[in-house]
Design a protein around this ligand. Structure first.
Ligand SMILES: *Cc1c(COP(=O)(O)O)cnc(C)c1O
Length: 393
C-alpha cells in the first residue's frame, strides 16, 4: 500500500469501477437467479470446431507463440469470408490482423489511431469497453444518442453531423448494435460514410454480430461504401458467431497502413494469443452456409420466445433486428430507475438483467431501459419467461 493520498487508479480510468456484468453476474450467483444479464451463450458452438481445437493442441499446432499477425490459415479464412459474404477483397498477408478477441482489436485500434485531445464520436448506449479505451488513449468521447421511436432505436443523422468538430479524428460505429439490437440501414450507413469522407475521418466499426441479423435486416460492412475502404478499420470476432466467447479470437481488417498501425499497439498488449484456437476458427469460418443459416434461425426463434414473454410480463419491448439482446423499457410498470429495478429483480422473480442506463453518458437517456440476453437454451428462456410473468400478477 502506498501511504500517499493519491488514488491508486489513474485519472484516465477513475470512474471505470467494476463492469456492470461482474456486479450483476455475482448477484445472479448469490440469488440463484437465471442470468440474462451477460451476453454469453450457455451452449458451446459446433462439435467439429471444438474437435479442431483439440486436434491442433494435440498435434502441437499453436502451442507456442503463433506469428504476430495470426496464423496464415486463419488470415486466409478471414479474407475468404470477407470476399464471399461482402465482396470485400483483403490481402491475408497485409490487411488482416488476428487479435485477442474484438476487445483487444478495439483497444489496439483506439490506442494506435488516437492522440490525446482527439475526439471520438460514438453511438450511445455504448458497448462498455469503448468509453474506457477512448479514455486510456487520452481522447474524448462525444456521444450520439440512439433514440427509440416506433418500436426501435434510430440514429439521428443531423445529431451525428453536429457531433463532428475540427477535433474529431474518428467515428466508432457498432452494427448490429449492442445493446439496442438496432441494425443500421443502408441509408444510415451511407450517410455515415459520406460524413467520414467529407470530414476526412477514420472509422472503427465493430461488427461482431454480423451473423446475427433477423427479419428483413441485412448486415452491410461500412468498408463496402464509396471512399470507406481506405479509412475503415473493421473488427469482428469468433466469440459471438461460433459461440466460443472464452476463446477470444478476434480480428481486424483494413488497408496495410491501418493494419500496421493497429498491430503496433497490439504487439505490446498481448503480442499473440489463442494459438490452437486460431486453427479451429479457421475451420469454423469455412463451415457451410447452413451453419450460419441455422444459427440465425435459432436465434430469431429465441428472440421471439423471450420477446413475447417480456411483452406479456408487461415490458415495453424494442424489437431487435440484430444481436442477441432485447432492450426493454420499464416505464410501463410505472418504474423509472433501471438500476434499482435490476437490483431488485432477482428477489422479485429470480431473473437477472442489466440496466442500459450505465451505457449512456446522458443518464436521463436510458434511465428506464433494461437489457435481456436471449442466447440461452430454450428451456432456460421458458423458465425465465414463466418467472418474469410474476411481474404482471
Ligand atoms: C462481445 C462484444 C465484443 C467483444 O468481443 P470478444 O471477441 O469477446 O472480445 C465487442 N463488441 C461488442 C459490441 C460485443 O458485444
Amino acid at each position: 500500500m502506498t501511504s500517499s493520498a493519491r488514488p491508486l487508479l489513474n485519472r484516465r480510468l477513475a470512474g471505470f469501477g467494476t463492469t456492470i456484468f461482474a456486479e450483476m453476474s455475482a448477484l445472479a450467483l448469490r440469488t440463484g437467479s437465471i442470468n440474462l444479464g451477460q451476453g454469453f451463450p450457455d451452449t458451446d458452438g459446433p462439435e467439429e470446431v471444438r474437435e479442431a481445437a483439440v486436434r491442433a493442441l494435440r498435434d502441437g499446432r499453436g502451442n507456442q507463440y503463433p506469428p504476430g499477425p495470426g496464423i496464415p490459415e486463419l488470415r486466409t479464412a478471414i479474407a475468404a469470408h470477407q470476399q464471399r459474404r461482402y465482396g470485400l477483397s483483403v490481402d491475408p498477408d497485409t490487411e488482416v490482423l488476428v487479435t485477442a478477441g474484438a476487445t483487444e482489436a478495439i483497444a489496439a485500434s483506439l490506442l494506435a489511431l488516437l492522440e490525446p485531445g482527439d475526439e471520438v464520436v460514438a453511438l450511445e448506449p455504448y458497448y462498455d469497453s469503448y468509453a474506457a479505451c477512448v479514455a486510456m488513449a487520452g481522447a474524448t468521447r462525444v456521444p450520439v444518442t440512439l433514440r427509440p421511436r416506433e418500436g426501435r432505436f434510430h440514429l439521428d443523422l443531423d445529431e451525428l453531423r453536429d457531433a463532428v468538430t475540427d477535433r474529431t479524428r474518428l467515428l466508432l460505429v457498432n452494427t448490429p448494435h449492442n445493446p439496442t439490437g438496432t441494425v443500421l440501414t443502408r441509408e444510415e450507413l451511407a450517410a455515415i460514410a459520406e460524413l467520414a469522407v467529407e470530414r476526412d475521418l477514420l472509422v472503427v466499426t465493430d461488427e461482431v454480430y454480423e451473423h446475427l441479423v433477423f427479419d428483413d435486416a441485412a448486415h452491410v460492412p461500412l468498408a463496402t461504401f464509396p471512399g470507406m475502404r481506405d479509412r475503415t478499420v473493421t473488427i469482428s470476432s469468433a466469440g459471438k458467431t461460433f459461440s466460443f466467447t472464452g476463446w477470444k479470437v478476434g480480428w481486424v481488417t483494413g488497408t496495410p497502413e491501418l493494419v500496421t498501425a493497429v498491430r503496433s499497439a497490439k504487439q505490446y498488449l498481448t503480442y499473440v494469443s489463442a494459438g490452437p484456437f486460431q486453427y479451429a476458427v479457421a475451420e469454423a469460418l469455412a463451415l457451410p452456409e447452413s451453419y450460419f443459416d441455422d444459427f440465425r434461425a435459432a436465434h430469431r426463434r429465441k428472440r421471439d420466445l423471450l420477446g413475447d414473454g417480456l411483452r406479456s410480463a408487461g415490458f415495453e419491448v424494442y424489437q431487435p433486428r440484430g444481436t442477441y439482446f432485447i432492450t426493454t423499457d420499464i416505464a410501463s410498470f410505472g418504474e423509472k430507475d433501471a438500476y434499482a429495478f435490476c437490483r431488485a429483480l432477482p428477489e422479485r422473480c429470480g431473473v437477472v438483467a442489466v440496466p442500459v442506463s450505465v451505457f449512456y453518458d446522458d443518464p436521463e437517456a436510458g434511465r428506464s431501459q433494461v437489457r435481456f440476453a436471449f442466447c440461452k437454451r430454450d428451456d432456460v428462456l421458458h423458465e425465465a419467461v414463466g418467472r418474469l410473468r410474476r411481474l404482471a400478477a
